[in-house]
Every structure is written in structure tokens, then in C-alpha cells.
Design a binder for this molecule. Structure first.
Ligand SMILES: [Zn+2]
Ligand SMILES: [Zn+2]
Length: 273
């Protein structure tokens, strides 16, 4: 089973890192975790043309993880794909997809007006809870809860297939439940959103830079903790993703290795891990 990091960035636009998205594939069976900014072009660069854009598994409803769902949905339909667009995600996914379809409705109808007998794009939404959610093409997918309060629910996904086990954390602070679900996997793809590298301006919602860092760090995993998580989960490889533009890969690697003595990979867009 291949795991391709399509986007290793976070909300701030970063020419070197697209928004969060990861492709899992065993043969032609594909799963896309999250649909961050730029995911369509990254799928094409990974060799998946719009007609074949796969089912999407959303980890949570923060915009950086689903901002390009509309692009995926409409583009695969424009190129002629009539099979339903499958979207999986925690409670609230149906509400978000209904609103997205409503937003796209004018575009869909104006395009259909000069097509012949073209049906509207179909979407199937499955709201999931913790446990096994999909078995397809030799891959078993499970979802598990992570700790991203106040964003609830938020999940990570575990994939087993082709003799490999891969976990994608989604956004989370260090999570005991994630450690349970990740124990001994071959590859743990884990966020490390280093809030000390955030910016601040007056009126941004936090009175001081320090308060902003403290608040946002409380629901992400910081460099000082990423190695502790990996040590407890003991994956074959730790892959770090969801990075801030100012994060320095060598610093993140050094931080992770303070506690974890296994292999550490700093994610790069389009890297297969
Ligand atoms: Zn995020
Ligand atoms: Zn988030």
C-alpha cells in the first residue's frame, strides 16, 4: 500500500507545501484523506487524473482540511464522471456537503444548460464513528477519535492492506487514543503544527502573540511532544506533516529524535512514504 503526501502544509499559504491531503493506494483502490488547498493539482502530479479522483475521508471540518472539496467534486463531474463522489467523515460532514452543493448549484445548472442529458453530480456522504468503516480492494480502513478540542468530532484514519499498516493523524494534540490505534504500525503520518512559528497582528482575535501561541498549541502537537507520541506508538517510521511555513525541517527532526530513536521523515509534498 502506497502512501503519498500530497500536501504537507497548514492554513497559511506556502508555495512549498499545499494544504493537508494524503493519498493511500493499493493498486487501483484509492483513498484520499482530506482535501486541503491545491489537492487537485497534487493528485494530477501523483498520476491520478480528475476522472479517477477517489473517495475522500475527511478528518475534521477545519477549512484547511476541506477547502478544495468543491474543486474535486465539480472537476471530476465536468470531465464526465457520473459515479457518485464518496465523502466520508465525522458528524457534520453531511451538513457541510449540503451547503457546498448549494453553493455550487448555480455553476452546476449553468454548465448543464449547454450539456445534453447530463445528470447533476451525485454525492454520497457517510458519517462515521470510531471503528472499522471500509473494506475495499484488500484495504481495511478504520477511524478513531483524536483530541482537537474545540473541534469535535475529529478523527484520524488507520489503513491496513498489502502487508502495511499506515495511520494518518489528522489534527490533534498528543492523543492517547491515537497512540492506541497506532501502536506498531509501519508508518505514522502525524501532524506537527509548530505554533511558535505563527504570526500576529492587532485585532487578530488574540490580545498578544503569546496568548495566540498558547491557545493554538493546545490543540496541535508541538515539536517537543512529537517524539514522545512516536516513542509511545513505536511506528516503523514517523512522518511529520501539517507544517508551518517558518518551521525548519532539521529542527523538527532533531526535536522528534530527542525522544524517538526510530526513523523520522520530514514530509515533503508528493513524497511517497
Ligand atoms: Zn489543520
Ligand atoms: Zn484542525
Amino acid at each position: 500500500m502506497r502512501a503519498v503526501l500530497l500536501g504537507t502544509g497548514s492554513p497559511p499559504p506556502n508555495p512549498k507545501r499545499r494544504g493537508p491531503a494524503t493519498l493511500l493506494a493499493l493498486g487501483d483502490e484509492r483513498f484520499l484523506v482530506d482535501a486541503g488547498s491545491g489537492v487537485g493539482v497534487q493528485l494530477v502530479q501523483a498520476g491520478v487524473r480528475p476522472y479517477d479522483w477517489p473517495r475522500v475521508l475527511i478528518t475534521h471540518h477545519h477549512s484547511d482540511h476541506m477547502i478544495d472539496l468543491g474543486h474535486l467534486l465539480i472537476t471530476r463531474w465536468i470531465v464526465g464522471q457520473n459515479a457518485p463522489f464518496e465523502v466520508w467523515g465525522p458528524a457534520g460532514t453531511k451538513r457541510q456537503m449540503d451547503k457546498l452543493l448549494d453553493y455550487l448549484d448555480w455553476d452546476i445548472e449553468i454548465r448543464r444548460a449547454h450539456m445534453v442529458k447530463r445528470e447533476r453530480p451525485r454525492v454520497t456522504v457517510t458519517e462515521i464513528e470510531e471503528g472499522k468503516i471500509i473494506e475495499a480492494g484488500g484495504v481495511t480502513v478504520s477511524a478513531f477519535s483524536v483530541d482537537h478540542d474545540p473541534v469535535k468530532p475529529a478523527v484520524g484514519y488507520r489503513f491496513e492492506g498489502g502487508g502495511r499498516r499506515v495511520v494518518v493523524s489528522g489534527d490533534t494534540r498528543p492523543s492517547e487514543n491515537l497512540i492506541r490505534w497506532s501502536r506498531g504500525v509501519d508508518c505514522l503520518i502525524h501532524e506537527c503544527c509548530e505554533m511558535a512559528k505563527t504570526s500576529w497582528v492587532p485585532g487578530c482575535g488574540w490580545p498578544t502573540l503569546e496568548e495566540k501561541i498558547k491557545d493554538l498549541a493546545s490543540y496541535h502537537t508541538q515539536p517537543e511532544d512529537i517524539g514522545r507520541v512516536a516513542k509511545a506508538a513505536n511506528p516503523g517510521t514517523l512522518v511529520i506533516t501539517h507544517m508551518m511555513p517558518a518551521s525548519v525541517p532539521a529542527e523538527l527532526e532533531a526535536a522528534a529524535k530527542r525522544h524517538f530513536d526510530g526513523p523520522v521523515t520530514i514530509g515533503e509534498d508528493l513524497l511517497e512514504v
